[in-house]
Design a protein around this ligand. Structure first.
Ligand SMILES: Nc1nc2c(ncn2[C@@H]2O[C@H](COP(=O)(O)OP(=O)(O)OP(=O)(O)O)[C@@H](O)[C@H]2O)c(=O)[nH]1
Ligand SMILES: [Mg+2]
Length: 261
């Protein structure tokens, strides 16, 4: 599985053993395109499609894509119930950690995260970072085709999270990221119960709290062209509530430590 360098010696960079995890729910029109773009951009990476029993047959199509890939780079996990993005990722991380992958990447199936920019994330992992966030809100990052309402929601969610948690990250809610395996091995993934936006905030926050190094690289985030969004009011409410709880808990713990010393 480890690809060689042009000189013929094996590539020992962590990114040589990358698994891109793609959760899907009703992404039949998107999944083939995204996998093809991924392998055109980076032929050596493996993909794991985590499908929650999509009624539109995404899971079956994923199986066909996997069977057709002679290099065996496409894997599929079938789950029976729609359990949210967070649960799908946690299952996917577990699958990847049980195997020989060094870098585990989160990527949406709907084309919002350009596979052509994945090398930006992987380069920083190879450079030594433990977690790299694809960021819409650092210099050079952009959002394409988002209605104003959605932009405000995302900006607002990020500013609120930054203030509530005191986390110095510009795009802590984003879902395009690369983790070194040791991060996911150390975090107690079973304790992560949140689903939408909040799942992303939770993971980045836990990573920072555990003392790992985190950086952001600019990405171009493009709104989906095909299929339906799964974003809902519940996901936003969950995020607001949980981030507020974590922020309060964090500050209380800090105060306790200060008063003890
Ligand atoms: N396996 C699984 N995948 C999911 C679930 N919910 C969402 N997804 C996938 O997670 C990715 C992101 O979901 P989106 O609906 O695009 O959510 P979003 O990007 O926050 O919303 P939009 O910007 O409106 O597209 C997509 O690949 C979805 O198919 C789920 O319950 N289970
Ligand atoms: Mg999307």
């Amino acid at each position: 599985m480890t690809p060689g360098t042009p000189g013929g010696s094996p590539d020992t960079r962590p990114s040589a053993r990358t698994l891109v995890i793609i959760p899907t729910y009703n992404e039949r029109d998107n999944i083939g395109i995204i996998i093809e773009r991924l392998h055109s951009a980076l032929p050596h990476v493996h993909a794991l499609i985590v499908d929650d029993g999509s009624p539109d047959g995404t899971g079956q199509l994923a199986d066909e894509l996997a069977a057709a890939d002679e290099k065996g780079r496409i894997h599929v996990m079938h789950r029976t119930e729609k359990n949210g993005l967070g649960a799908a990722y946690i299952a996917g991380f577990g699958w990847g950690l049980d195997r020989d992958y060094e870098v585990l990447v989160e990527m949406d199936a709907d084309g919002s995260h350009a596979p052509e920019q994945l090398h930006r994330l992987l380069d920083q992992i190879d450079g030594g970072y433990d977690l790299v966030l694809g960021s819409r809100y650092v210099r050079g990052g952009t959002v394409v085709n988002w209605p104003k309402r959605r932009q405000w929601l995302s900006r607002g969610g990020n500013i609120y999270s930054r203030l509530a948690l005191g986390a110095p990250l510009k795009d802590i809610t984003g879902g395009y990221r690369a983790f070194r395996r040791k991060v996911l091995e150390k975090l107690s993934l079973d304790a992560v119960e949140s689903h939408g936006y909040c799942f992303q905030v939770d993971l980045a926050w836990r990573t920072m709290q555990a003392g790992f190094t985190v950086t952001e690289v600019p990405i171009t985030f493009t709104e989906r062209e095909r299929g339906e969004s799964k974003m809902s009011g519940n996901i936003v409410r969950e995020a607001l509530l949980k981030v507020t709880q974590w922020g309060i808990r964090y500050r209380i713990d800090k105060l306790k430590r200060l008063t003890k010393s």
